[in-house]
Design a protein around this ligand. Sequence first.
Ligand code: ARG
Length: 453
Amino acid sequence: MKLWGGRFSKSTDSAVDDFNSSIRFDSRMYAQDIKGSVAHCEMLGKQGIIPKEDADLIIKTLGEILEDIEAGKVEFSVEAEDIHMNIEKLLIERIGDTGKRLHTGRSRNDQVALDLRLYLRDECKKILGLLDDLRETLANLAEKNIDVIMPGYTHLQKAQPILFSHHMMAYYEMLSRDRQRLAQCMERMNISPLGSGALAGTTYPLDREFVAEKLGMRSVTKNSLDAVADRDFAIEVCFVMSMIMMHISRLSEEIILWSSHEFGYIELDDSYSTGSSIMPQKKNPDVAELARGKTGRVYGDLIGLLTVMKGLPLAYNKDMQEDKEQVFDAVDTVLMTLPVFTKMLATMTVKGENMRKGASGGFTNATDAADYLVKKGLPFRDAHEVIGKIVAYCVKHEKSIQDLSMEEFKSFSPLFGDDIYSAISLEACVNLRNVTGGTATNQVLKAIKERER
Ligand code: ARG
């Protein structure tokens, strides 16, 4: 007999049980479900809504059920539909009529809204820690390789020399914003919907604030309809997970490029690369590729959940049971990706010499050569043209700007003097960009030092 079986004269078809049941994927919320029930029950006893002894017995038994679940002694049933009714059924099996008092003043609609908030709160906390590990790894790479100069790119064409550390700290910034977004999303999520009942509130004198406080939540929801119909917090989690993966995916793409023979800027550690079953020479960046690939599924989770919610009338609809697999998948994917990605970065070898070689070619100092002429009094547009001509000359003669003789320089402009060579050295190109947020060594060191941990 179902917990809700009163008005039914036939039992559910087993195909409907299978279709309807969410226990396969929501059983992972068992601890949060029990935690919520314990707080609710304590409040019921305190308010005299159920006898205090009953509340005590229910709480004690819920604790035993939790232990048994964790010891692997409990088998959930599809017939009991979801984690909420599975646990309630166990409770009633163990203490009979007393157990039947737990669900007073509560609906599965506010219960599931609570459980999901509590569950995601716990998972997001883990992700915050993993984000911090990754951020620290990036800052450490930046610190350790502070003298490495590499070409910065736009359009994947060499643009201007930058510090490799500056590049790493760019990702640090992205992940710091992700961290902030996640923390803010957790704040909004951390509100208790209990007391909203099925949709309209409840006739019992519940102490909602007491329950919220017991659960470490900062307040209670303000509209019962909204509280049971709202999955914004789950969508926000999917969005933040998507942003994290997007950032990881961009860095993955660079790792993949940089580890190619053509670039040779880094080498992944053997323990973080894989081989080919046919080509003996291969060392593949599978971790970075999978991280890039998994970004797609997390975006899918976000779009999937947004689409489930689109057009749902208030308040609860069973469609909303489809929220869980998507948000769980998004969170699971990030939880799985972050640690391995972080270790891959921490163990890779930075090939500073190759990066420097890369920065010396491709006319990355052309802007600085133009700036040199500007400092000698030439308007920037004219300087741009002179250097443009020099670049064309260099391309034709397969030279770099710094390889030109003084005679060659002078043939383009009388303003050139011997100091041109030091003005367009890689070090000068980097260190003259001494503006807040620029790539000059002291600016990058400052960013590393003053990073918010
Ligand atoms: N398993 C359901 C879910 O995940 C719980 C809420 C069910 N509520 C209801 N009125 N059928 O959404």
